[in-house]
Design a protein around this ligand. Structure first.
Ligand code: EPS
Length: 398
């Protein structure tokens, strides 16, 4: 049985994006309405440019699904591009003038060309549509086990919401987020974000921000500390840094752990007997969640909380100092078409990318060839975990 994996291909202005997801058990209902809904959300958000008015992202299922259900074979989705003119795109002077902050310069030198297009077509954030589709597919499995992911915009520039997101209120906040053009779960702050983006547009600039994802319903025990490569937080950091334009990832309190004593960082443990038989956390409740749901790289029954910082888009309407790669003369990087702010879209990417990593460790712990087997493994583990302490010890149970 292969591990759950995702690989992507396709150029921003090629005929199609393609994503291959291998290792999803057989028997998972593939909810294309949900997947396409996530793709539509990723296209939206205040601050997007002209391209998103052209595209209408939807998955075309090419392999691995029969009558709406996964077969266990690799699943390939195509997401066709409407703005598909890769071979016809003219070589304007801009294409030789790398944008500071974009992959243009490093990629062009790396692949021994002065034409930045070969690099930018894959570096483009368009690729994130594929990763959203993969994450949304993985969520079709996770929700069978009550695991849900919620992503939103925490801040744009220096304006942040202090919304406290909990297991009890996240659905309510989701409704606010879904009514917000900047995907912020705080209506007043959402309006301020819009004003900031509008201002950036007027000054021909761009803005970044902080995005957050919370994953609810994870049982204790996903990920492992036995090998550093299997730590869930390590895998999340890897996957999130793989999202275009991310410059930092934090779990829980993140960098603020460095400024507090241990007594104000570590989350006190208590036991809620009423939750023992029903809750995914087996009743092991915490009075805070500074750890962000992982200790030792293993889920501890609290929501997994991930925050990432997105840099401002590198394509500025006013340009930035650069050089022409052919003449080596100083030139401003030129503007063709871009977003002013893609932080709302990135929050959708984060929500789905983090969910995919949770699904990966979920399949590692409870994996089987079919959903039925996964259900059995999950139920068996939860039964034993609720039995603790075991007498006689677990090793003697037949
Ligand atoms: C991007 C430039 C813009 C963005 C694009 C990312 O595209 P274009 O160059 O076609 O105008 O809209 O984002 C997407 C296409 C997308 O789907 O998110 C870039 O250079 O990174």
């Amino acid at each position: 049985m292969p591990n759950l994996s995702c690989s992507t291909a396709g150029e921003s202005h090629g005929p199609s994006l393609v994503v291959t997801i291998a290792g999803l058990p057989a028997g998972v209902a593939v909810d294309t309405d949900f997947i396409d809904g996530e793709l539509a959300r990723r296209q939206g958000g205040y601050g997007r440019g002209g391209r998103m008015g052209i595209e209408e992202d939807r998955v075309t299922i090419l392999t691995g699904v029969r009558r709406g259900v996964s077969t266990g074979a690799p699943i390939v989705f195509a997401i066709p591009n409407k703005d598909s003119r890769l071979d016809d795109l003219k070589k304007t002077p801009a294409i030789y003038r790398p944008r500071p902050g974009h992959a243009d310069l490093a990629g062009s030198v790396k692949w021994l060309t002065t034409d930045c297009r070969d690099t930018l077509e894959r570096a483009s954030a368009r690729e994130t549509a594929s990763r959203v589709a993969a994450g949304a597919l993985a969520r079709c499995l996770l929700r069978e086990f009550g695991i849900e992911s919620f992503g939103f915009v925490r801040s744009i520039l220096t304006t942040a919401t202090d919304a406290d997101v909990t297991e009890a209120n996240w659905r309510e906040l989701k409704a606010v987020r879904d009514a917000s053009e900047t995907y912020c779960p705080d209506a007043t702050v959402g309006d301020k974000h819009k004003a900031i983006i509008r201002e950036a547009k007027l000054s021909k600039d761009t803005v970044g921000g902080l995005i957050e994802a919370h994953v609810f319903g994870c049982p204790i025990g996903l990920g492992s500390c036995m090998d550093w490569r299997d730590k869930l937080d390590a895998r999340i950091a890897y996957a999130v840094m793989g999202i275009q334009a991310m410059k930092s990832v934090e779990i829980g309190l993140g960098k603020d752990v460095a400024t507090r004593p241990g007594s104000l960082v570590h989350d006190p443990i208590r036991f809620d007997r009423n939750a023992r038989e029903t809750a995914a956390n087996l009743g092991f409740a915490r009075t805070s969640n500074n750890a962000g749901g992982t200790e030792g790289g293993i889920t501890n029954g609290q929501p997994v909380v991930v925050r990432a910082a997105m840099k401002p888009i590198a394509t500025l309407l006013r340009g930035m100092p650069s050089v022409d790669l052919n003449t080596k003369e100083e030139q401003h990087s030129q503007y063709e078409r871009s977003d002013i702010c893609a932080v709302p879209a990135a929050s959708v990417v984060l929500e789905n990318v983090v969910a995919f990593e949770v699904a990966r460790v979920f399949c590692e712990k409870f994996g089987g060839d079919s959903l039925l087997e996964v259900r059995g493994q999950y139920a068996a583990f939860m039964k034993y975990a609720r039995m603790l302490p075991m007498d006689p010890p677990a090793t003697t149970i037949a």
